[in-house]
Design a protein around this ligand. Structure first.
Ligand code: GLC
Length: 714
């Protein structure tokens, strides 16, 4: 370990500001004019570059080693740089997108994937990951829903904390652990109209109950860093939002870790119109506890002057720099600036591929099955049709050092599983939203006619979700729907496999398809997992972590809404009802929906008592039987409803879940404990309280509750 206080004493102000700056790798290795111009555009000198503290967007461990080596030759203080990356759902081996991981309802699997990833990332030269992203989401038009684990704060909190603990382990000096940076604080997922970077207007009540908890859970799990979001929240950009960055983050949550801006977000305070110039932007960001500026140079260009003018003190600068040096020290960077980075790119391994496969099987959601699935392994002629039949682009938007071409396609997965079968592959149409070319239909229909079983692979391209990729229409592309109708007409023994980075609208497809298996973007082993699920080698167990709308116009749509008066439970539109003229207001598939090849019967829900005081608890027992001869996993969920309170409360609120394995015909009783803090909500006095009265506990899932019991909080 290094004596960081001694290092700090020897540093100039500009060198200290260097430790609060991060730039793209190409600034340090490419010498072409574009990059040089960028340095001038940033207003940086060669001296500045030699003391920059952090790098992102490097391409390989070799590049990391080159940058670090050359930096240490130049840096007077010999302070190693920190290399950070968006390691969102895998590093070299890619597992399903986080929205899919949320559908697993399996924190242990999330931990296993994150542990695998941390080990790969360390060898890839990464010391900090900009993960977990725990933005709460309700609007599928937003492209970054793929990065979140969904529309439930409790689920997001459990999954986010699991990732932090798995990435960081118990000791950052262990070279198999990396530091975690939770993002985007806060409420980026509330972008108006699902349009990325758009305005966010939310009440404190909604922020406190839905949008903030998961960030807090990640910080409580020990996340070393946090990243403010690009968006304005109630008129003020998060990077300069003192309610977020001071009142909540510091005063209330006591966070003393490192705050790093999002990409150029400090400079963008001028674009937002809250800073008249770069100096004002630097002042706003630093005053709101932003320690590291990512990819703009307001700190380099203005922080020294602000200190000289007495706006900030040298002690404030030193405090921020010490946090950075301390993290580098605890990561062991001063002892080994390369920290386990390989000299060459790491390769995929069978062990890690196996983890990715199991994750993809665990995350897939069987949305519909009228009985065609699982296909029999005895089928000899299989037609794999559609734009995703043999498409390698199924690893998702944030795929890090993963390679599309290494993924297993659905067709490949089926061929490997059934080497004796005749597998015919026909794409039939393209995957772009405006594709109109039906010239491939005849070949697809003929292949379907000739087959024993048809796997129809549809969806949206993986670059239609992720950052900056908002969508206006979520409906399955018209040409794919036409292809589906033609193929299903030709052979009703058809199962549809969908690929998407968000809930897409499958309402018309659902009318025609005998079965729909949603794979999301399943990662490197997506095709292997799809084949195993389609042919019963694996049993689907995923449950939706985000609601599927019946039409785009329903967005935002989510399960934990309050009791909308004149809700109109289902069916066609009625006058003076909260439904739409075109159809009812229910989703196509709600949060928690997901079928299995097993048949789980919920036999009983028992409470240890029917009332409790605030300092007591109630034991809940839910008895479930697997009434089939197929082993499988069921996520048993516990929902709470507070039907009368000083605030209108959600009709359902997930307060517990357990994913349980059942042998054929096995019965199990699953236990939960309910305590008073689980019943609290944010009231109109801005207090987090519970109120005495009746509460309902249910199991099943959101709009399909199976058993309910009441109790009274005294
Ligand atoms: C991007 C994203 C953020 C990411 C950062 C670095 O703009 O908003 O999630 O961590 O820049 O790549």
């Amino acid at each position: 370990m290094a004596d960081i206080k001694k290092i700090l004493e020897n540093m100039t102000i500009r060198e200290k500001i260097g430790q609060l700056s991060q730039y793209d790798a190409n600034l340090f290795i490419d010498t072409d004019a574009a990059v040089t111009g960028h340095i001038e555009w940033l207003g940086l000198s060669d001296g500045d570059l030699s003391c920059v503290g952090h790098v992102l967007n490097f391409k390989s461990p070799a590049e990391m080693r080159q940058i670090q080596r050359e930096h240490l030759e130049k840096d007077r203080n010999k302070i190693p740089m920190l290399f950070m990356m968006d390691v969102i759902h895998g590093f070299r081996t890619i597992y399903p997108i986080p929205l899919a991981m949320g559908c697993s309802f399996d924190p242990d699997m999330v931990k296993e994937c994150s542990r695998m990833t941390a080990k790969e990332a360390v060898r890839g030269g990464v010391q900090v990951t900009f993960t977990p992203m725990v933005d709460y989401v309700r609007d599928a038009r937003w492209g970054r829903v793929m990065e979140s684990t969904g529309e439930d704060a409790y689920l997001n909190s459990v999954m986010g904390a699991a990732q932090v603990r798995a990435f960081q382990g118990d000791d950052l000096s262990d070279k198999e652990n990396i530091a975690s940076c939770v993002k985007h604080f806060a409420a980026y997922g509330g972008a108006e109209a699902g349009r990325d970077y758009n305005t966010v207007e939310l009440s404190e009540h909604t922020l406190r109950e839905h949008y903030l908890p998961a960030y807090k859970a990640c910080l409580d799990a020990g996340a070393e860093m946090i990243m403010p979001s690009f968006n304005t929240l109630n008129g003020i950009p998060s990077t300069a939002n003192s309610w977020l960055m001071k009142t909540i983050l510091k005063d209330e949550w006591g966070f003393n870790g490192i705050v790093i801006s999002d990409y150029s977000a400090v400079k963008e305070l001028m674009d937002h119109g809250v800073a008249e110039d770069g100096k004002a932007a630097a002042r706003l960001a630093f005053d709101n506890n932003c320690d590291i500026e990512m990819c703009s140079a307001m700190y380099f260009n203005h922080l020294e002057g602000l200190i000289e003018e007495g706006v900030f003190t040298l002690e404030q600068l030193d405090k921020a720099v010490l946090k950075v040096l301390d993290l580098k020290n605890r990561l062991g960077m001063f002892d080994d600036p390369y920290r386990g980075a390989d000299k060459t790119d790491i390769e995929l391994t069978p062990e890690n591929r196996d983890i990715a496969r199991r994750a993809a099987e665990n995350c897939a959601v069987l949305l519909k099955n009228d009985g065609v699935l699982p296909f029999k392994k005895s089928v000899t002629k299989i037609a794999v049709i559609g734009p995703f039949a043999d498409n390698h682009n199924i690893i998702g938007f944030w795929s890090c050092n993963g390679k599309n071409e290494e993924s297993v396609t659905v067709a490949e997965g089926i061929k490997r599983l059934l080497p004796g079968a005749e597998v015919t592959v026909v794409r039939g149409c393209g995957d772009e939203w405006d594709d109109t070319d039906t010239s491939g239909f005849d070949k697809a229909v003929n292949a379907a006619k000739a087959a024993d079983a048809v796997v129809l692979c549809l969806g949206e391209p993986q670059d239609y979700s992720g950052e900056g990729n908002s969508r206006l229409e979520l409906e399955l592309h018209k040409i794919q729907l036409e292809l589906a109708r033609a193929v299903i007409d030709a052979n009703t023994n058809t199962a549809v496999v969908t690929f998407s980075g968000r809930p897409i609208v499958l309402t018309e497809l659902e009318k025609a398809a005998p079965a729909i298996l949603n794979m999301w973007f399943p990662g490197t082993e997506g095709g292997t997992a799809a084949a195993n699920l389609l042919f019963g080698v694996a049993n689907p167990s995923g449950k939706l972590s985000m609601t599927f709308p019946r039409a785009t116009g329903q967005c935002p749509i989510y399960y934990n809404h309050t009791n909308i008066i004149k809700y109109g439970k289902s069916g066609a539109h009625k006058p003076y009802c909260a439904s739409y003229i075109e159809h009812d207001n229910l989703p196509l598939y709600s949060f928690g929906h997901g079928l299995s090849y097993s048949e789980f019967v919920y036999e009983g829900l028992e409470l240890s008592k029917d009332s409790m005081k605030a300092d007591e608890s109630i034991e809940i027992s839910i008895t479930v039987r697997n009434a089939s001869d197929i082993a499988g996993k069921e996520t048993v969920m516990l929902y709470m409803c507070d039907p009368v309170a000083s605030n209108a409360r959600p009709v359902q609120q997930l307060i517990g879940f357990k994913k349980i394995y059942f042998e054929p015909n096995e019965r199990k009783t699953i236990k939960f404990t309910v305590t008073e803090p689980m019943l609290r909500f944010w009231n109109n006095n801005n207090e987090f309280v519970s109120e005495p009265g009746e509460f309902r506990l249910s199991t099943g899932y959101a709009d399909h509750l199976i058993l309910t019991k009441e109790f009274v909080l005294k």
